[in-house]
Ligand binder design. Structure first.
Ligand code: UDX
Ligand code: ADP
Length: 458
């Protein structure tokens, strides 16, 4: 059977994998191939154990795989054979040279652009999926056209707004799809072609178009605004702890104003994930580059509050446990940066674990999906750490529990049983405010929520 379109995606990660699987699932008339330089990753995508955990993903992949969805390491062949190429290679924060710790590391991007140029013999639409600094499309266009080999490329920006843990739902029913293009006849034509792909399952009014720079910038700004809400509520949680106000009550009262809205106001141990910090730092770097110092400082504050919140959590633990954690056993409930994912990138749990180890605490880490990543994250770190998927076993003999991730499973545990198995006095630090604090206190725990008065027996 001939396919209507041949689509390629370079980069089979958290963004490329689920996004392309959804396109294949919704559009059996297209052939979708995902390539990656990492052969292990591709082998996993072709196996029963997909490389990422995402509710609903298995079903979508398994239904389309081998029919119109293919995973491969043959990047060059993929480029030659495709008309539309999505690029979703990683763009981590630079760790070296100019802009280290701030700017996006574009080496994978650059490499990919060159590879596309080298192996293209016909017109192609290149779609930026990864989050990128504004004006990356321009750099991409320059790299692509340098050969002057008469092959024409149209570069589009189509940032992905999916959140991990809800990726399938977000892809199936997104708030909006954003497509940015050059406003030239060929740019607009390319843009319409991409609109047609999404229109297979997304109502047209939710597919919005813009100029290419607005699209690139919108992605950074969307993440900055979301992170800003979390830092705002987290900063107020510190004030609540001093004033006997309760952060959940404040968030509810504030969030019921429809102009503010009630989403993303859960005080926590701090935000994690591969995007927020990276994108804000990227935004800060751009502002500095354009000499907008005040704007840069404003957004940098969002990251600073997040660092402060993580450190504050550790200092609260230290303070509550009589100013020493040396030799005490602490069980971390969760290591993923949020529930329903195995991803631990920038997880606040990494920071907390390292800080607790510095204080010479012993750690036992439990998580339903993220233990492999947790082991990798803590490889080579000094101190005593063990891992156990079973929370009742993990917590046995511990002095304290610290909730790092809001997995549902933790709210349903038998805390009477847990209390009996722990050393006394037993402490719970609820970094996600998901537990029944009064109930725990009545069992005998000393309870330290975020942004609420502590409940202690001494
Ligand atoms: C985010 C954006 O939501 C998504 O649109 C973008 O495409 C990628 O970045 P993600 O990082 O997967 O998605 O997760 P998100 O749900 O946004 O959570 C990020 C972090 O904020 C997590 O650590 C989460 O636990 C934390 N968070 C979220 C809070 O601490 N409080 C909240 O109220 C919401
Ligand atoms: P994201 O969360 O943005 O999807 P990931 O790190 O999960 O980021 O995925 C990016 C993927 O891109 C990785 O699997 C990586 O191996 C792949 N990748 C990086 N550079 C290249 C490249 N030049 N060619 C093909 N794949 C690449």
């Amino acid at each position: 059977m001939g396919f209507e379109k041949k689509i390629l995606c370079i980069g089979a990660g958290y963004v490329g994998g689920p996004t392309m699987a959804m396109i294949a699932h919704k559009c059996p008339q297209y052939r979708v191939t995902i390539v990656d330089i990492n052969p292990d990753r591709i082998a996993q995508w072709n196996s029963d154990n997909l490389p990422i955990y995402e509710p609903g993903l298995d079903k979508v992949v398994k239904e389309a795989r081998g029919k119109n969805l293919f995973f491969s390491t043959e990047i060059e062949k993929g480029i030659r054979e495709s008309e539309i190429i999505f690029v979703s290679v990683n763009t981590p924060t630079k760790t070296f040279g100019a802009g280290a710790g701030m700017a996006a590391d574009l080496q994978y991007w650059d490499k990919t652009a060159r590879q596309i140029r080298e192996h293209s013999a016909s017109h192609k639409i290149i779609v930026e999926k990864s989050t990128l600094p504004v004006k990356t499309a321009q750099a991409m266009e320059r790299i692509l056209t340098i050969n002057d080999n008469a092959v024409r490329f149209d570069v589009l920006s189509n940032p992905e707004f999916l959140a991990e843990g809800t990726a399938i739902k977000d892809l199936e029913d997104p708030d909006r799809v954003l497509i940015g293009s050059r406003e030239t006849p060929s740019g607009l034509k390319a843009r319409n072609e991409l609109v047609e792909i999404y229109a297979n399952w997304i109502p047209r009014e939710r597919i919005i178009t813009s100029n290419i720079w607005s699209s690139e910038l919108s992605k950074l700004v969307a993440n900055a605004f979301l992170a800003q809400r979390i830092s705002s509520i987290n900063s107020i949680s510190a004030l609540c702890e001093k004033t006997d106000a309760e952060i959940t009550e404040v968030a509810r009262a504030v969030g019921m104003d429809r102009r503010v809205g009630d989403k993303f106001l859960n005080a926590s141990i701090g935000f994690g994930g591969s995007c927020f910090k990276k994108d804000i730092l990227n935004l800060v770097y751009l502002c500095r580059y354009y000499d907008l110092k005040e704007v840069a400082q404003y957004w940098e504050g969002v990251v600073k509050i997040n660092e402060y919140q993580k450190e504050r959590f550790v200092l609260n633990m230290l303070n509550a446990m009589f100013n020493t954690l040396a030799g005490k056993r602490v069980c971390l409930f969760g290591f993923a940066f949020k529930a329903n994912t195995g991803d631990t990138r920038e997880s606040p749990a990494i920071f907390v674990a390292k800080r607790l180890l510095e204080e010479k605490a012993e750690l036992v880490i439990t998580d339903p999906q993220a233990l492999d990543n947790a082991m990798r994250d803590l490889e080579g770190v000094d101190g005593k750490v063990s891992f156990n998927e079973e929370p009742y076993v993990a917590v046995d003999g511990c002095d304290a529990v610290a909730v790092m991730t809001e997995w549902d499973v933790y709210t349903g545990l038998d805390f009477e049983r847990i209390y009996r198995s722990m050393a006394k006095p037993a402490f719970i630090f609820d970094g996600r405010n998901i537990l029944d604090h009064k109930g725990l206190y009545e069992i005998g725990f000393n309870v330290f929520p975020i942004g609420k008065p502590a409940l202690t027996h001494f």
